[in-house]
Ligand binder design. Structure first.
Ligand code: CA
Length: 229
């Protein structure tokens, strides 16, 4: 699973350049050219990082950033704001609004890529590491293998992606809709009950004997990878 970067930028030449370079670096990219369209999308899916232009039609980047920080689903979302030269005096205001970093246009693409990587690493060390491990469960992203207590756990592709997604955000509660969007992809027409079926399979595959079931059902909300419970 590649980290997903959402780009919100109304200058088309710049957004295409960003999309091209980010995809070449292995990121999954979604581009929006209006603040309000991005806000709608962010109610369905939370990317790993948001690249947000300051001046946007529909809803300004600064206002979108402020709104995202007030919602529990996005209060931790890494946000890098892009701004035109001359708006730099607004930098402080941007950071106060909750942006993690601030880049002034025109910027060099390699520098932006380095700042994205650094921001992702700070925000979520798990997103950039090869091996995710919690308790006695270990998932190797390069080899696509899962071990528990030293034994190999065989998982179907969907169960693997589900576990990888859960383990990259332990303790966080995901609704069935969020799981569908993030694990099955965006253009799915799958019933939400499918999620229950695959969570059931994942639990059976990964839990043996008296081992703790690491996937907790949160009533009325969804599921969470919660190793401690
Ligand atoms: Ca703009």
């Amino acid at each position: 699973m590649h980290p997903m970067v959402m780009v919100v930028e109304d200058e088309e030449a710049l957004s295409s350049l960003l999309k091209y370079n980010l995809e070449a670096e292995g990121y999954e990219v979604e581009v929006y050219n209006r603040g309000d369209a991005a806000e709608l999308r962010l109610q369905e899916i939370v990317p790993d990082l948001l690249l947000l232009d300051w001046m946007l039609p529909g809803l300004s980047g600064i206002e979108l950033c402020r709104r995202l920080r007030m919602k529990s689903e996005t209060e931790q979302l890494p946000i890098i704001m892009l701004t035109a030269r001359g708006e730099e005096s607004e930098r402080v205001r941007g950071l106060q609004t909750g942006a993690d970093d601030f880049i002034v246009k025109p910027f060099s693409v390699p520098e932006l890529l380095a700042r994205i990587k650094a921001t992702l690493r700070r925000a979520n060390p798990a997103a950039t590491s090869t091996i995710l491990s919690h308790g006695d469960i270990e998932l190797d992203r390069e080899k696509h293998r899962v071990h528990r207590n030293g034994r190999e756990v065989r998982l179907g592709p969907t169960e693997y992606r589900l576990l990888e997604f859960f383990m990259s955000a332990p303790g966080r509660v995901f609704s069935r809709e969020q799981l569908l969007n993030n694990v099955w992809g965006r253009e799915n027409y799958i019933d939400e009950r499918t999620v229950d079926v695959h969570v059931g399979r994942l639990r059976r595959a990964i839990t043996r004997g008296r081992e703790t079931n690491p996937v907790r059902t949160v009533r009325g909300a969804g599921y969470s990878f919660d190793y401690s419970s």
